[in-house]
Design a protein around this ligand. Structure first.
Ligand code: KG4
Ligand code: ZN
Length: 353
């Protein structure tokens, strides 16, 4: 055996043999791309054996955003205890693990290196393969982890702090990029608006909570590029919120939050439905931190039902960063490509397609 194709064939065989023997193929996943330190054990890409997420959000909150150096240092401090905890919770000995996966990008380079180095070291010690995973592919696989039988092709709307994209998933590992943001990511817009409104970091969950008590029609904020194509733009909307609040200092914050959120959700849902119509996809899944948003979750489900499309909305815990989604994506990656070489570096700007 020599080339990567052979490695993939061996990997697929090993995974299938484990499945056929009714023995689960156990992947330990590690996620450290941003400000969560997470580890999880997942069997056959579809059953979470154990999952631990340690959030650093309190460490970064007073700076109004993630500070890369603080993130890397905190990952170094908590990763070993998090891995130890996930193994204890799983009831497994490390030597029963069949492969170790870690996020290799996109993300903060120092933060990524902490998780990757730990994963490679464990893979060496246990003499099992290392699997490098794209963080956004992890967010995509959060849906398949909870609902393995989603019909393909499906449109996947990935919305996080760093990314906003519409992807057509034609098969496992086969993606077509349909659209993306031309400026800010949607989570970034939530966080910037939150900071401007004095709501702390991250802004998304607080705006979501406040919006429940506000009037979404109180302010008619712009919906940039709503009627054109499948790309997004959120920078103008964020600026419109700032201008409105400057001009109306007494505006009720819940009304501003609800109106901003209505503009975001309207744009995301309109474009996702357009993508499904244009591609003939069977349905729409969502993923990424912003997919935890109450209004987006409710609106996408209703809109899909009205349009005769399937929809899948993962549980909230599976939307925000976690390692179960990384281990699930790793299962499919491993079967397709085999192990990742141990000299692979971090890829802070890694693309999905
Ligand atoms: O996927 P994620 O956990 O980390 C990245 O990969 O970026 O996403 C974090 C983003 C942040 O911008 C946060 O404000 C946003 O997700 N977020 C939300 C909600 N929960 C998290 N945005 C809107 N509504 C929420 N409930
Ligand atoms: Zn993420």
């Amino acid at each position: 055996m020599s080339g990567p194709a052979d490695a993939a064939a061996v990997a697929a065989e090993a995974a299938e043999a484990a499945e056929a023997a009714d023995e689960p193929f156990l992947i330990l996943g590690i996620e450290t791309s941003c400000d969560e330190t997470a580890a999880a054990v997942v069997a056959n890409g579809s059953a979470v054996v154990s999952s631990v997420v340690s959030s650093q959000v309190d460490l970064h909150a007073r700076f109004g955003g993630v500070v890369p150096e603080i993130a890397s240092r905190a990952h170094v401090q908590v990763l070993n205890p998090v891995v130890a905890e996930v193994l204890v919770e799983s009831g497994l000995d490390g030597r029963e693990i069949d492969a170790v996966a870690a996020t290799v990008g996109p993300g903060l380079v120092g933060a990524l290196l902490v998780g990757m180095s730990a994963a490679k070291a464990l893979a060496l010690v246990w003499d099992v393969p290392f699997i490098g995973v794209n963080h956004m592919e992890g967010h995509l696989y959060a849906s398949f982890l909870e609902r393995p039988d989603i019909e393909l092709p499906t449109v996947v709307l990935l919305v996080s702090g760093g990314h906003t994209m519409l992807v057509l998933m034609e098969g496992h590992g086969r993606y077509r990029m349909l659209g993306g943001t031309v400026d800010d990511a949607v989570g970034e817009a939530y966080d910037k608006v939150g900071r401007y409104l004095g709501l702390g970091y991250p802004g998304g969950p607080v705006i979501d909570r406040l919006a429940a008590d506000g009037d979404p029609e109180a302010v008619k904020f712009p919906r940039p590029m709503l009627n054109e194509g499948l790309d997004f733009s959120f920078s103008g909307l964020k600026t419109a919120v700032v201008h409105y609040v400057r001009a109306h200092p007494d505006a009720a914050v819940p009304d501003v939050a609800a109106s901003f959120q209505a503009a975001v959700v309207d744009t995301l849902v309109t474009k996702a439905l357009r993508a499904a119509r244009q591609t003939g996809a069977k349905g729409i899944c969502i993923g990424g931190g912003v997919a935890a948003n109450s209004a987006l979750r409710a609106t996408i489900a209703t809109a899909c039902e009205e349009a005769g499309l399937e929809s899948f909305v993962p549980s909230r815990e599976m939307c925000t960063d976690n390692a179960a989604m990384i281990a699930a994506a790793a299962w499919w990656r491993y079967r397709a490509d085999g192990p990742t070489p141990l000299d692979a570096g971090a890829a802070p700007n890694l693309r999905l397609v």
